[in-house]
Design a protein around this ligand. Structure first.
Ligand SMILES: [Zn+2]
Ligand SMILES: [Zn+2]
Length: 166
């Protein structure tokens, strides 16, 4: 009985975490509170580490804390939550730091399929270097890149129009 519930809850937490990551990225990291840590991730530099990596550290601490809580309480569902959160962190690191930003030591860039779409969608997130005006805040589920491009184009046109009027 237990393993199936365990797997289902772990998967549910994994999907829920994409929502949490989206919200955090959109309203904390691109908000007045968290932009200070996230800024250098949106600006060109040649340093191996970014202040933005602190968000990864925070995530790891949360994951570790959840496993510790599970171990202390012995509750199976806390183990499932801890596993879902940690699994999301691992997939996030693989997609975001590996696939998209190529921080791993080899050169592998997907040419097609969903992995390619993930890379394109996040590259479009980086098309904007400022706190406001960015698109595509998720990491593991990618919106259609053509649609994202259209939104970015419309925003650019809107800004140009405003400047014209000013
Ligand atoms: Zn961002
Ligand atoms: Zn990025």
């Amino acid at each position: 009985m237990l393993p199936l519930w365990f797997i289902l809850l772990t998967l549910a937490v994994f999907f829920f975490m994409e929502g949490v990551a989206w919200w955090t990225h959109r309203y904390i990291m691109h908000g007045p509170l968290g932009w200070d840590w996230h800024r250098d991730h949106h600006q060109p530099h040649d340093k191996p580490f970014e202040k933005n990596d602190l968000y990864g550290v925070v995530g790891s601490v949360v994951g570790f804390g959840l496993f510790l809580t599970a171990w202390l309480t012995g509750l199976w569902w806390v183990y499932a939550v801890a596993t879902g959160v940690t699994l999301y962190g691992a997939v996030y690191a693989f997609v975001h730091d590996g696939l998209v930003h190529q921080r791993w030591p080899w050169n592998w860039m997907p040419k097609n399929g969903y992995a390619r779409r993930l890379v394109q969608a996040h590259k479009l997130h980086h098309a904007v270097q400022t706190r406001e005006g960015a698109v595509s805040f998720g990491f593991v589920f990618a919106p259609n890149p053509q649609r994202l491009n259209a939104i970015l184009k419309a925003r650019r046109a809107e800004r140009a129009e405003k400047l014209d009027k000013a």
